[in-house]
Design a protein around this ligand. Structure first.
Ligand SMILES: C[S@@+](CC[C@H](N)C(=O)[O-])C[C@H]1O[C@@H](n2cnc3c(N)ncnc32)[C@H](O)[C@@H]1O
Length: 348
């Protein structure tokens, strides 16, 4: 027994259990507007923050103390301050690094614990729509900041000849669109193009329609409930899969369907979690996050559907290439990447 190794591991576990507990406090702080009330980075006492947010002062002090112990906020002489850098991640919804909104997706994994345990003991399947509804908004808010920061500025320009088509007026599909964050962002950037969001989860499609209204693009962003192999529209210049291909039961079937629905010369934009091609390459903070989420969300969803390929959220580029070549595409390449995402392009 190596006692030093045990001590090191106990230290790591304390940090991780603290992180899991803190996630619940982050969710609470986000919902109550505690972070937002500190977004100006001015020092506040617990009494001032409690007054500002209409919360119980003693509990606010305890929450602030936990946030200070975690290094999320600063503490000096009884006052607490959210530094501007941390405010970007915790309080500013429109910032490119806003993360607090995604915590409700993490909450779903706890709320659905019994279903996940039953799936692991049984056939592995949990359909997306059978999760607690806090998942759907959490996923939207987790991914949207990245789409806002990179989709129009970097990802679409990294594709071969796609931006001129979008500027002139293209027909675009967003498959597995969820709440339509990516669809609305593209529709706002390219007013001459027409966007069709598809998802098999009807409540998500209803929210996506609402988001298009709120974003002023309902005239050019339409949504329909359809599976990735079931939409009937054709002649797309661009078909997108944002963080959903690995969730599908039959990704090869979905890619084949996309190939049939593309115009000659059309492209697929595939956005997937960043991953290397082997487990050894994914032993890092991004791998730790996505494998854990994939155990509870992505892989059970795939197993709930026809074929049940269960790629998992850390499939990696080589495995994804195999899917698209098997479906009949000739060209598959990495267009660009971020620390969280691989941006891949497929063409015939
Ligand atoms: C992780 S979420 C991503 C949602 C959205 N693309 C985003 O980036 O915010 C995966 C989405 O895939 C959808 N989905 C899963 N299986 C599907 C299928 N077979 N056909 C269509 N959509 C599917 C789910 O309903 C869910 O909205």
């Amino acid at each position: 027994m190596d006692m030093a190794k045990l001590q090191d591991f106990m230290g790591k576990l304390v940090v991780d259990l603290g992180g899991a507990t803190l996630a619940a406090n982050m969710l609470i702080g986000e919902e109550l507007g505690l972070y937002r009330a500190m977004a100006d980075s001015e020092p506040v006492t617990p009494a001032q923050l409690a007054r500002k947010t209409g919360c119980h002062e003693r509990l606010v002090r305890e929450w602030l103390s936990g946030q200070a112990a975690a290094g999320y906020i600063e503490h000096k002489e009884g006052a607490f301050r959210l530094p501007p850098e941390q405010a970007l991640a915790l309080a500013v919804e429109d910032s490119p690094v806003f993360m607090a909104g995604g915590t409700s997706a993490i909450a779903a994994m706890f709320l659905d614990k019994d279903k996940i345990v039953a799936a692991m003991r049984g056939n592995g399947a949990i359909a997306w729509g059978d999760h607690h509804p806090c998942l759907f908004k959490g996923v939207e808010r987790f991914f949207r900041p990245g789409y806002r920061a990179h989709l129009v500025a970097e990802w679409l320009p990294a594709l071969e000849g796609v931006v001129p088509k979008l500027e002139a007026g293209a027909k675009v599909a967003d498959v597995g669109c969820g709440h339509g964050a990516s669809t609305v962002i593209m529709a706002q950037a390219y007013p001459k193009s027409r966007f069709h969001g598809f998802d098999y989860h009807e409540p998500s499609i209803a929210t996506a329609r609402q988001r298009a209204e709120e974003g002023g693009v309902a005239d050019r962003a339409r949504f329909a409930t359809a599976t990735a192999k079931g939409y009937a529209e054709r002649d797309f210049d661009l078909i997108c899969f944002f963080d959903c291909l690995h969730d599908l039961g039959d990704p090869v079937g979905a890619a084949r369907h996309a190939l049939q629905a593309l115009k000659p010369g059309g492209s697929v934009l595939l956005v997937e979690p960043n991953a290397g091609d082997s487990l050894d390459e994914n032993i890092n903070p991004v791998g730790r996050f996505f494998y854990a989420a994939s155990t509870c969300l992505c892989t059970p969803n795939s197993l709930s559907q026809e074929v049940g390929l269960a790629l998992g959220a850390q499939a990696g580029e080589a495995r994804l290439r195999k899917v698209f070549l098997e479906a009949g595409f000739d060209i598959f390449r990495r267009a660009t990447q971020t620390p969280f995402n691989l941006i891949l392009e497929a063409r015939k």
